[in-house]
Write a protein that binds this ligand. Structure first.
Ligand code: ADP
Ligand code: MG
Length: 401
């Protein structure tokens, strides 16, 4: 039987003395070489530690940022290796390449229970190649470094990439504890959720999240809309949105969702007030206006206080909540209060509260909330959204064979 909060016990019992390649998601935000939020590293530790404690020679592979298929020092995982070592309480050997001489030497030098991290997997063009043969050739090189594979990078399981997908076809494999836990929570959001079920969506791009709206409209009781996507909704309702983010080509889709929501009896809640500014990030000019009276020369950067309170009220009796996307430009204090109001309301939910999305998870932490106050903070933005859209995730499906 699979233990859903960890690695399958029979797999763990088989790894002593074996080289186990672990695909983790260590894609953390960096300021130079300083890690500004180590949430993803911390989330990856339990699986790595479980394997090391079981006597495996653990070889971790991961990506950082979007380098262009060649080495780029700005995207080196070296700072991550150091932090991972701190969190594990044991040194992590760092290989200066992914599958080259340094990787081979580093892996060969591992003793049972030791951990190595390979340099950014996306320094290799084969990792993200759309060409199956090129990807496969790179996966062969990765697979040659190990005896077994553990897929634990939830943030990348929606990608058909060499270190996520192809390598699983080449080695005995297992689902990591983080991926298993994420999937178990997402299943609770889609199969028979406890009601009322409230979904809060925000962030910068409507088009990214339309599929989720589409799929969750039939499941949720209420949909609260904040962040940059608000303005496409307001515009669709006939209001002017000034210089705010607007996706003109999505107006018809948004109108169709409004109509379908009405048919299904799902309430879509839009903000009634907006914090606007004269230009992007101009905190000095921040002021609150009515949502249907955004001045032509301003742009909306957060939901207003009345809306924050209304969203909190809508969340108060929820038994299931999924939240993706900040309500405003939370990176700046003048535009962070809407996101704070929603985060605060989630901490009070009596039931399952799930935060999905890299920026949303970072917002919760940078605004100083205790992560333990939330039911689950997902490490994967795109992956959780695709799951909720009802799409098949190649990195999960491949593990089922
Ligand atoms: P997540 O990573 O949680 O899925 P997104 O990547 O979709 O979230 O969006 C996060 C970004 O959206 C943040 O950087 C935030 O500053 C931005 N954002 C939120 N509201 C607005 C807005 N009104 N205008 C412009 N950008 C916004
Ligand atoms: Mg994001």
């Amino acid at each position: 039987m699979t233990d859903f909060n960890g690695l399958a016990p029979e797999f763990l019992q088989s790894v002593r003395g074996k080289r186990v390649l672990v695909r983790s998601d260590l894609n953390v935000p960096l300021d130079g070489t300083r890690i500004t939020d180590d949430g993803r590293i911390r989330a990856s530790v339990p699986t790595i530690k479980a394997l090391a404690d079981a006597g495996a020679r653990v070889v971790v592979t991961a990506h950082l940022g979007r380098p262009k298929g060649e080495p780029d020092p700005a995207y080196s995982l070296a700072p991550v290796a150091a932090r991972l070592g701190d969190l594990l309480g044991a040194p992590v050997a760092f290989a200066g390449d992914t599958v080259g001489a340094s990787a081979q030497e580093t892996v060969a030098a591992l003793a049972d229970g030791q951990v190595a991290l390979l340099e950014n997997v996306r320094f290799n063009p084969g990792e993200t190649s759309k060409d199956d043969a090129e990807r496969g050739a790179f996966a062969d090189q990765l697979a040659a470094l190990a005896d077994a594979f553990v897929s634990d990078g939830f943030g990348v399981v929606h990608r058909k990439q060499a270190s996520v997908y192809d390598v699983a076809q080449r080695l005995p494999h297992a689902m990591g504890g983080l991926v298993a836990a994420e999937v178990a929570v997402l299943r609770r959001l889609t199969v028979d959720p406890e009601r009322p079920y409230v979904v809060v969506l925000g962030g910068s791009k409507v088009s990214d999240k339309l599929g989720v709206i589409d799929n969750l409209l039939g499941k949720a009781d209420k949909l609260l809309i904040g962040g940059g996507m608000v303005f496409t909704f307001l515009k669709a309702d006939g209001h002017e949105v000034g210089k705010s983010l607007l996706e003109e080509d999505q107006l018809d889709t948004v109108r169709a969702y409004r109509a379908r929501a009405e048919e299904l009896g799902v309430e879509i809640v839009l903000p009634t007030d907006i914090v606007v500014a004269d230009s992007f990030g101009d905190q000095a000019s921040a002021r609150v206006v009515a949502a249907d009276a955004i001045p032509a020369d301003s742009l909306g950067l957060d939901i207003g206080p009345e809306s924050g309170a209304a969203f909190a009220a809508a969340l108060a009796d929820a038994r299931t909540v999924f939240w993706n996307g900040p309500m405003g430009v939370f990176e700046q204090p003048a535009f962070a209060e809407g996101t704070r109001a929603v985060a605060e309301a989630l901490t009070k939910v009596d039931g399952l509260s799930v935060v999905g999305g890299g920026d949303s998870a970072a917002a919760v932490r940078t605004l100083g909330f205790d992560e333990a106050a939330f039911g689950h903070i997902s490490t994967g933005g795109g992956a959780s959204l695709e799951y909720l859209e009802g799409k098949e995730l190649p990195g999960i499906t491949v593990l089922e064979d």
